[in-house]
Structures are given as C-alpha cells and as structure tokens.
Design a protein around this ligand. Structure first.
Ligand SMILES: [Zn+2]
Length: 317
C-alpha cells in the first residue's frame, strides 16, 4: 500500500465524528460542521465586522449555536498566522488589523467544546491530501494564493513544518543584494507573499497603471487579456515558480496543489505557471523532473481548509 493510501485508509477506518470546523481568512470567516470529509452546513461572516479577538470569539460562539451541534465535542479552526505550542495563534497576521491572541481559550469557554487552532495552510494541505487533488500522492505541497500566500507540505502521513507552515515567507528576492525587494507584512523584504498574493497583484497593477483593481479583478482582466493585467500575472507566476522550485528542492517529488481565491482564475493561470516552470534554469535536474506536470488546481477550493482543520482536530483530541 502507498503512503498516501495508508494515510487515507487509516483516517477513514476510525469511527466517523462530527466536528466543528472553522476557517478564518483575511476577508471571511467560515464555520461548519464536518464529518469525514463532508461539510454538513456552513456559515459565512465578513471579517470586516470585527476589531478584536474577544469580539470574534463571542460572535463565533453565537453563530455556532445555530448549527446542529448534536454529538459535536471538538473543533478545529484555521488561522492565517503561525500557532504556538498551546494552539493559540501567534502575533498579528500581516493582512488583518487585529491578532487572535486568547481566541482559542475564549471560544473553548464560550462553546464548551475542545477547540484546537491550526495554521490555515496546514489545515488546507491536510484537507487536500486526505480528500482532494493530493489523496493519491505521498507528498502533497499546497500553495494558497489569496489575500496572502502560503505553502505547507504533507509528506506521507506526517506533515513537514507541523506547527508554522509559513512557506509564504521564503525569499524569492534577496533583500541583502537588492534593496528594492518588496516589503512583506512580516517585517522582512523579498518574501514570496508580496510578489505572489492577490493583494500583491492588486498593488503591482496600481503601480503600473495608477488604477485600483482588487486581486479578483486583476484575474478577470488577465482572462480578458488586458496587457498590464497579463504582465502582473506573468510576474506573479514567475515568483510562484521560484517558491514551487524551493518546495520541490525540499521534497524532490510530490504534487503541488494551487488553492485560494487567485487559483480560481483557473486553467489559464495554471498554463502561465507551467510555462514559467519550464523556463530553463528554474528546475533542478530538469531531465528527470517535469515539475510543470506536477502542478494542479485544488479540487476542494475553499473547502480544503475546513475539511483539513477537522482532520487535524481529530488527530489532536
Ligand atoms: Zn514575509
């Protein structure tokens, strides 16, 4: 049996449990009850409505009371930031105006459930590795491109970078040699995130044209072959190719799955990325690796994080 088959079979052989699952993004918060890879019902709330972790915990406790929580004893929540050893989110995510410190404790008390916090890239890679595009691959590397950018890895049954998964802050431009390397919300320069994310595409588009388009609109303009939008997406995919090549150097095999809002641009985005990956010099041992073939679109899209957070919560209880 392959490691991928063992990972999936072992999980599915356990008694099925209903689990509260949450995914906190830069724009929206989603909450759901999940059972073995199936979302029973979910709720969306705009993150614009909150200005503190305490406010958010109170609202989440209220919202989940409208879900059928019969038999639910535990929950897993994905956050767009690293998580400390006790499961609490660490420091302010670059793309939000407030941090989540104390959120897990507050929600545990308010809900009466055992709640665990996870980095959202870690939750999404587990979802995709268990139920999506990665389920028949031993090594799965998930790239989430949305308001921010991050990547995380599942290797066999074990995750690499188990607690942080802040792959978005690997450097694609050297800030020591190039002071024009873009500033990242993490305090460094030259990280992948300010080159690859939807926010980065929006900023670059404004720089080139003086016009304000959000990441989604830049994607639409790219599909309509608007010249500057094509340039912006080509640049972003060239930088993503660097991050993917780094992920490949860490794992030497595996399937790279593209998720997040920007990935919803779809096949034309994937084709652009594949073209960048096939540029000579990008991939090591090119005669043995056609890395471009191992890059695919997410099968679970927005649901990857919710499904994965439930699996991780079950493994933590
Ligand atoms: Zn960074």
């Amino acid at each position: 049996m392959t490691m991928a088959a063992e990972r999936v079979t072992r999980y599915l052989s356990k008694p099925a449990r209903r689990v509260l699952s949450g995914d906190i993004g830069g724009t929206n918060l989603r909450l759901a009850v999940v059972k073995q890879g199936v979302i029973e019902r979910d709720i969306h709330v705009s993150m614009k409505e909150f200005s503190s972790a305490a406010e958010l915990a109170t609202r989440v406790a209220l919202e989940i009371s409208s879900l059928d929580l019969d038999g639910v004893k535990l929950g897993g929540i994905g956050f767009p930031c690293p998580i400390d050893g006790s499961g609490e989110p660490l420091f302010l995510p670059p793309n939000l105006t407030f941090g989540f410190n104390g959120f897990i404790k507050a929600l545990t008390i308010a809900s009466g459930l055992s709640i665990f916090g996870f980095n959202d890239a870690r939750a999404a890679v587990m979802g995709e590795a268990m139920f999506g595009a990665g389920k028949s691959h031993d090594v799965v590397i998930w790239h989430g491109i949305g308001t921010g950018y991050g990547f995380a890895i599942v290797d066999g049954e074990n995750e690499i970078f188990p607690s942080a998964a802040e792959g978005g802050h690997i450097k694609v431009v050297n800030p020591i040699l190039d002071r024009s390397a873009r500033e990242c919300g993490c305090g460094a320069r030259g990280c992948a995130e300010p080159y690859v994310s939807g926010t980065a595409m929006s900023k670059r588009y404004r720089e080139l044209t003086g016009k304000d388009l959000d990441g989604k609109a830049v994607g639409e303009a790219f599909l309509a072959r608007e010249k500057m939008a094509v340039k912006v997406v080509f640049e972003a995919m060239a930088h993503l190719a660097m991050a993917i090549s780094t992920g490949h150097a860490l794992t030497l095999n595996g399937i790279h799955v593209l998720g997040g809002g920007v990935a919803q641009i779809g096949e034309p985005l994937l084709d652009t990325l594949r073209m960048k990956l096939r540029t000579p010099g990008v991939v090591s041992w090119p005669e043995k690796n056609d890395l471009a073939k191992n890059v695919v679109l997410s099968e679970l899209c927005d649901n990857a994080g919710l499904l994965g957070a439930a699996v991780l919560a079950e493994g933590s209880a």
